[in-house]
Design a protein around this ligand. Structure first.
Ligand code: 6GU
Length: 287
């Protein structure tokens, strides 16, 4: 695979078949765990685990807070595959490499993808520890020409010009709200627009103000690329942002965004987020 053309369908098929021969499992649900939120993978029963470095074509995780493992198993009796650790633009990978696992999910038989991430809160009504159900996104790298679907299009995955106005599945958003209410999480569940940036530097104050004016409620460095590739090949998507810190919007503020705070908030809310997702998995319907 090269940076301009990405992986071919055959490359993806080879990786998926390699995994299928080893596990014999064809999960309907795929999960991608965000920074500090990988504990969910540990809840899977009857695990079959692969280190990313052992999977043909797979990139490696290089970020603290991201293990690099693909975990197969069952959650509430449902077969799942879970990425414990994801890939980011700022790690230096070509964008097609970051999103390769979505195509592997598809070829494994996954129909629904649940994603989490850690994000900075731009919406002034949000508090640290809030969980935002993503209803739409602003794709800053994409607007500037860095889209994971750039390059030749293979129709076996999807169409050349996929629609993104329905990127985030409405039914799954409603299910997340319902499950959240049932678990007593209503107080910290929010909805909003997620803005992705390339990172790894956090935003300046002026950038945060700009993003807020543009309609973003939270800002981060992941998820959107995966969502685009997942939607392109017809999987349903739900994505949740844990607001791990407030983006700094004010020149008087003493706050400084940092990765330690991101991981610390992750720890405090992780268990509830895990319960939210596993309860959703139990209630997701597949045809
Ligand atoms: Cl404040 N910004 C970005 N870009 N990503 C984040 C974050 C902030 N907090 C967690 N992830």
């Amino acid at each position: 695979p090269d940076a301009n053309t990405g992986y071919t369908y055959e490359d993806c098929k080879a990786t998926a078949d390699w995994l299928l021969t080893q596990t014999g499992l064809s999960p309907l649900v795929g999960i991608v765990c965000g920074s500090g939120l990988g504990g969910l993978a540990d809840l899977l029963k009857d695990q079959v685990v692969f280190n990313y470095k052992d999977i043909p074509n797979f990139p490696q995780s290089t970020v603290h807070g991201h293990a690099g493992r693909l975990v197969f198993g069952t959650l509430k009796g449902r077969a799942c595959v879970c990425m414990q650790g994801r890939f980011h633009l700022y790690e230096g990978y070509p964008i097609q490499k970051i999103t390769l696992p979505m195509r592997i999910f598809k070829l494994l038989g996954v129909e629904t993808v649940l994603m989490t991430n850690a994000a900075g809160g731009l919406n002034q009504d949000f508090k640290v520890g809030d969980v935002m159900i993503i209803k739409d996104h602003l794709n800053m790298p994409g607007l500037a020409g860095n889209n994971p679907l750039s390059g030749p299009n293979d129709e076996r995955f999807g169409v050349r010009f996929p629609c993104m106005s329905d990127a985030y599945d409405r039914e799954l958003q409603q299910l997340a709200l319902d499950v959240g209410q049932d678990l007593g999480y209503g107080d910290f569940l929010r909805e909003g627009v997620y803005c992705v940036l390339g990172g790894p530097s956090f935003e300046t104050i002026a950038e945060c103000r700009m993003l807020s004016k543009l309609g973003a409620d939270a800002v981060g460095m992941s998820t959107v690329h995966e969502v685009i590739v997942a939607r392109h090949c017809g999987m349903r998507v739900l994505a949740l942002s844990l607001i791990t810190n407030q983006a700094v919007m004010d020149y008087d503020s003493e706050e400084k965004a940092n990765h330690e705070e991101v991981l610390e908030t992750g720890k405090q809310r992780a268990e509830q987020l895990e319960r939210l997702i596993s309860t959703m998995v139990a209630r997701i319907e597949h045809n």
